[in-house]
Design a protein around this ligand. Structure first.
Ligand code: DSN
Length: 429
């Protein structure tokens, strides 16, 4: 597969070409289970590596600060039209370089420094930009954090779900100007309606950060927050399977403020090659096959969660409704940290990321949890049987983590499995 007509020129830079080859081998011979990753289509990659990388186009279609943007204007307009149609939104901004930029742009557009925002705490499943002390967002705004309900050993109601009583109590007490729904490590469906009700009760704005589930929404597997939220932000590279980047949808009344906040407020020249690739991804996400894909992602995640539970891992909240599973490793092995698990699994060719679980006694660097996802390997064509096999490979690796020959044996089985599911064999021209 080539990503642009200029691929061959890279052979003149042996060092970079060699590293890209190595990464190609890594991605296609090992298991990609990081819930925020996916395999973008060759068409998305071709647009990302296209001629548009040469163009400066500060501003917006019809209002640029540089000449020569007639075609770029059409590209960005196409991306905006496809995106608003995909989600049924009034207005789209496709320029944010990332989800973090998109979130910050919304805060800066709708709020004044010092205003209060109610969002989910990082260790409960929220994102850094939802007010973590480590994020610049918490320097400018006063964050109040909600979390999930306590864990319950009753399998019928395992808890660890967004605590809407807590959200409402905090909203009434702190009267935030903005409520943020959405998460980065939360395996359950997030219903936008109760957030809207609480926001309306106190006259707050509602932002839905759908970074992880944007693809599931586009495919119809999860509820669309657009009718409920004033603003919806997301990344384009996770379940949506586009290029790395961000985007914002909003009601018409916020369009001007949002656009000004992205540019010139926060960013300079947009990455129009990425915008073209976003347009490609939005078209792909509107095709009927994409709904089949997102259904399969969710079905696979359920099968994965069941198989992991059978191996002795505890799934936070008792399972999953989306593309990810958050594992509490302590039921499997109390001494096993997320950091060690991630490192050992890496050696077996299974790529995951450590993650805090609700009320984790360990730090974000060590953690007691591991986050896994099905978006990428579902793109490669894997189904419930393969995810059950992966669960068993993970358990075997972690049980015998001090036995290098056992870890190497798993690596061989992983390579054999990946050899049958090359992601780039599934895309047709
Ligand atoms: N780092 C992303 C994730 O993995 O969920 C969120 O920004």
């Amino acid at each position: 597969m080539t990503s642009s007509p200029f691929d061959d020129y890279l052979t003149r830079d042996e060092e970079v070409a060699d590293l890209l080859r190595q990464e190609w081998v890594r991605q296609t011979t090992t298991l990609q289970l990081i819930a925020s990753e996916n395999f973008a289509s060759p068409a998305v990659m071709a647009a990302t590596g296209s001629i548009l990388t040469n163009k400066y186009s500060e501003g917006y279609p019809g209002r640029r600060y540089y000449g020569g943007n007639q075609i770029v204007d059409e590209v960005e307009d196409l991306a905006r039209r496809r995106l608003t149609a995909l989600f049924g939104a009034d207005h789209a901004n496709v320029q944010p370089h990332s989800g973090a930029n998109a979130n910050l742009a919304v805060y800066l557009a709708l709020l004044q420094p010092g205003d209060t925002i109610l969002a989910m705490r990082l260790d409960q499943g929220g994102h850094l930009t939802h007010g973590s002390p480590a994020s610049i967002t918490s320097t400018f705004f006063n964050f109040v954090s909600y979390g999930v309900t306590p864990r319950d050993d009753n399998p019928e109601s395992p808890g660890e779900l967004i605590d809407f009583d807590h959200v409402r109590r905090l909203a009434l007490e702190h009267r935030p100007k903005l409520i943020v729904a959405g998460a980065t490590a939360y395996a359950r469906r997030i219903d936008p309606a109760p957030f809207r009700e609480i926001a309306d009760e106190i006259g707050a704005l509602l932002m839905f950060d759908s970074a992880h589930v944007a693809g599931l929404i586009a495919g119809g597997s999860h509820p669309n927050p657009v009718p409920y939220a004033d603003v919806v932000t997301f990344t384009t590279h996770k379940t949506l399977r586009g290029p790395r980047g961000g985007a914002i949808l909003c009601r018409e009344e916020h369009a001007k403020a949002i656009d000004s906040s992205v540019f010139p407020g926060q960013q300079g020249g947009p990455l129009e090659h990425a915008v073209a690739a976003k347009a490609v991804a939005f078209r792909e996400a509107a095709l009927p096959a994409f709904a089949d894909y997102t259904d399969a992602v969710v079905t696979n995640a359920r099968a994965f969660a069941n198989a992991l539970s059978a191996e002795g891992f505890r799934c936070v909240s008792g399972g999953t409704d989306n593309h990810m599973v958050i594992l509490d490793l302590r039921t499997f092995d109390d001494d096993l940290t997320g950091k060690v698990a991630q490192e050992v699994l890496d050696r077996a060719g299974i790529t995951t990321n450590r993650n805090q679980i609700p009320d984790d006694p360990r730090s974000p660097f060590i953690t007691s949890g591991l986050r896994v996802g099905t978006a990428a390997q579902t793109t490669a064509g894997m189904g419930p049987d393969e995810f059950a096999q992966i669960a068993s490979l993970m358990a075997r690796t972690l049980r015998h983590r001090d036995d290098e020959s056992s870890v190497a044996g798993v690596h061989g089985e992983v390579a054999e499995l990946c050899g049958r599911f090359n992601p780039y064999a599934t895309f047709t021209k």
